[in-house]
Design a protein around this ligand. Sequence first.
Ligand SMILES: *[C@@H]1O[C@H](CO)[C@@H](O)[C@H](O)[C@H]1NC(C)=O
Ligand SMILES: *[C@@H]1O[C@H](CO)[C@@H](O)[C@H](O)[C@H]1NC(C)=O
Ligand SMILES: *[C@@H]1O[C@H](CO)[C@@H](O)[C@H](O)[C@H]1NC(C)=O
Length: 431
Amino acid sequence: MQELQLLCWAVLLGLGLGQACPGPCDCGEKYGFQIIDCSYRDLEAVPPGFPANVTTLSLSANRLPHLPEGAFREVPQLQSLWLAHNEIRKVAAGALASLGRLKNLDLSHNLISDFAWDDLHNLSALHFLKMDSNELTFIPRDAFRSLQALRSLQLNHNRLHMLAEGTFAPLTLLSHLQINDNPFDCTCSIMWFKTWALTTTTVSIPEQDKITCTSPHVLKGTPLTRLLPLPCSAPLVQLTYQPSQDGAELQPGFVLALHCDVEGQPAPQLHWHIQTPGGTAEIASPNVGADGRALPGSPAASSRPRFQAFANGSLLVPDFGKLQEGTYSCLATNELGSAESSVNVALATPGQGGEDALGRRFHGNVAEGTGCYTVDNEVQPLGPEDDVLIIYLSRTRGPEVAAVGHRASGQQPLRLLLLGQSLLLLFLTSF
Ligand SMILES: *[C@@H]1O[C@H](CO)[C@@H](O)[C@H](O)[C@H]1NC(C)=O
Ligand SMILES: *[C@@H]1O[C@H](CO)[C@@H](O)[C@H](O)[C@H]1NC(C)=O
Ligand SMILES: *[C@@H]1O[C@H](CO)[C@@H](O)[C@H](O)[C@H]1NC(C)=O
């Protein structure tokens, strides 16, 4: 009880005097600003006990190793925070978010590699942000989206490899950007910066000769602003399939071959997504060598996978049957974007029509040679891209009609429907 009373007294005294100044620091007032100076004190943590109306706080040149969540919760009025020349490696989520009035923040000359970028979203009053001479390796694309009052941004002497296009776009009042001495990868994804720095923006960007490439090797040391245009393009994909119309003889157990034609610079990575009644398969291409066997080093090395994705963009499905029905998608990705193309594949019996994954019904009138299957009138086209191209594939001209004629006798020919952006209709005989 006595202890509680003592505590109450202490709190009352504290409030009454109002001027608790943390032990190691100097506190003072100047031009209506409440200033606390804790610089050069060998501090290893932010000291507690600041008065709530502090506007300027210097903790520069100490030995702070990190900034924990809520580090500045006591001082919501803070307008300037100086933290340069510490040993800060990590700024935890919630360390800075409470500083909605902060105008000046200096975190330079630390070791920061782990930074709570989301906290910047709360610092919408910020004018001046100095983060140079740290170990930052990346900046999220939307890191600066709330910093609409920012005038000056210093990110030089970090370990930034790339800059997402549009990173600086929200900074409408920015007049000074320093970003030299970072080890940039000069690939297609950074080309925007040259255009932006040289032609789009009015921001002053000093030391442009020191904004250089570190990789690829041939460009090492080249200033970004002097890069020659690189041939860069986002991926384009088109799925084609075999067997195609040209006189293929289809027997049960044939090999379905899809080919993903890809354009794009740099060369896109290919990925197949296959959805069958039995489940989903995700295949990073290639998963087999030219001989169709799984690549050395993979878990099933030298076996023959059910879906063989070759380095040339082909996907082979040997022994195609009912179990392999489904949606086959090919996804191509490079640093400029991605593109996808899909087909639905289904087996059906001719004459009776078939149904695709969307429940659309296709009626077949088997004619000689190449013909068309018409889509039911009730079927609503899904959109302009859903053009259905129907190719009828015959084994040979004569026997094929005969095969259909023999249906009643129990010899059921099969049709293979490929539905998607386009529909390939294959005729399969089962002699
Ligand atoms: C800060 O608060 C203390 C009392 O808590 C007061 O003496 C001082 O004048 C205030 N300073 C400012 C700048 O408002
Ligand atoms: C930061 O901003 C978000 C969204 O505006 C808000 O919900 C949150 O309370 C703020 N955080 C702090 C610590 O003020
Ligand atoms: C891709 O390679 C495989 C295996 O070598 C081959 O079967 C296939 O025909 C090739 N595809 C194209 C489009 O050349």
